[in-house]
Ligand binder design. Structure first.
Ligand code: COA
Length: 372
């Protein structure tokens, strides 16, 4: 049997044209993430991940119209949220359930032909923004906000969340954040999505499973934990003591390290700059200064660099977004990648079924219960 690679480190488990990480540089379908972050709209990136090429004007217009049209949810979905609110569930738990529940409103949820799947990908990408924002409002006793057809996906998300039109600066920053989180080669949740549909299960199952995978603090859940850490530390003079204690207890510091990037995460520089700007604009400079101090110490002591989750935390916090919505926002963006991976997996499917090295006992005989 082949050698065990713990955590599947270095194992090539799929072929993809969606995104690549080569020499610490991330590209989506051959376009450098820097180029896309500087120039593109999230909707163009969504199209790119699904089609391996950028849309023309007509294609972009059609995609935007469909995204807007699909954003409305069934009234039953809104009333369902009230139950989650009573139970005080985490928004990622609510999202996992509600993605699954979306399938109830799709008459041909199990229809896996390519055209149906592509339409379903648009539907899920649209509705996931409404799921996150309307859950966030319903739990505060507020009415969900209908999307505005004149707004981009990024702007509509902020509008549906807060009920007020966001500023251009906010939309620009949020659009960049969505692009930066949209895909990341064979990360844990994309692999989960591919595994799930490789049995020819449906797209909703793949996305619900991926949401469950992203939720963990070693993956997308890290951004919420970063904010929790910053608040626990409280002020810049307490950073040294906090980290000394964390190192002494062999605690992982959230927002640092990466399986693939050992020389730095190419997404982090944008989020760092956004964090610097927005914390200053909103009078929360100390949060940025604390973050930089933490990053300097961790680099010095552990040789680890910030990943995508570290500075995104202060960016979202400074936009007034509740901390437990950070990971759901990651999910909204990563849905573009998950759906792309599902489409790609099913276009050339073989069930994903690796082997395990059995290390348990052998040659045992059944013992009657009274003899155990
Ligand atoms: N804080 C402290 N030490 C860390 C660390 C962190 N955030 N990330 C890695 N390390 C240490 C490990 O403990 C290990 O040390 P050891 O060799 O003494 O055991 C070493 O660095 C190598 O890390 P490893 O555990 O092999 O990394 P991995 O590839 O298995 O895991 C992550 C990658 C991302 C899961 C891991 O870095 C981590 O847990 N980071 C914090 C969570 C996070 O930010 N996740 C978001 C990822 S985008």
């Amino acid at each position: 049997m082949a050698e065990l690679m713990r955590g599947l480190e270095g194992v090539i488990a799929a072929e993809t044209k969606i995104s690549s990480i080569i020499d610490s540089q991330l590209t989506y379908a051959g376009y450098d993430i820097d180029d896309l972050t500087e120039n593109a709209q999230f909707e163009e990136v969504v199209f790119l991940l699904w089609n391996y090429r950028l849309p023309n004007e007509e294609e972009l217009k059609t995609l935007k119209e469909k995204l807007y049209n699909y954003m409305t949810l069934s009234p039953r979905m809104y009333s369902h949220f009230e139950e989650y609110t009573t139970d005080k569930v985490h928004p990622m738990t609510a999202l996992r359930t509600s993605v699954s529940y979306l399938a109830h409103f799709d008459d041909d949820a199990d229809e896996n032909d390519e055209e149906a799947m592509r339409e379903r990908a648009i539907r899920i990408q649209a509705k996931i923004a409404s799921l996150v924002t309307s859950f966030a409002r319903v739990r505060q006793g507020k009415q969900p906000v209908k999307p505005d057809p004149s707004l981009s996906y990024a702007a509509n998300f902020l509008y549906m969340l807060r009920g007020e039109k966001p500023t251009d600066v906010e939309v620009e920053g949020f659009n960049k954040a969505l692009i930066l989180h949209a895909d990341h080669e064979l990360n844990a949740s994309a692999f989960t999505a591919r595994c799930t549909v490789s049995s020819l299960s449906d797209m909703y199952s793949g996305i619900a499973a991926a949401v469950g995978s992203l939720k963990g603090p070693l993956h997308g859940g890290a951004n919420e934990q970063v904010m929790r850490m910053l608040f626990e530390i409280g002020s810049i003079d307490k950073v040294d003591a906090y980290l000394e204690n964390a190192f002494a207890n062999k605690q992982k510091v959230m927002g640092f390290g990466h399986r693939v990037y050992k020389n730095g995460d190419p997404r982090a520089k944008y989020l760092k700059e956004m964090s610097r700007k927005i914390t200053e604009e909103t009078g929360q400079k100390e949060l940025f200064e604390m973050s930089v101090k933490i990053a300097d110490i961790i680099k010095e002591e552990k040789g680890l660099l910030p990943n995508v989750d570290f500075y995104s935390a202060t960016v979202y916090h400074s936009m007034g977004i509740e901390h437990d919505l950070f990971t759901p926002i990651f999910a909204v963006s990563r849905t573009a990648g998950w759906t792309a991976h599902i489409l790609e997996q099913l276009a050339n499917n073989r069930i994903i079924r690796p082997r395990a090295n059995y290390i348990g006992e052998t040659n045992r005989k059944y013992e009657p219960i009274e003899a155990r």
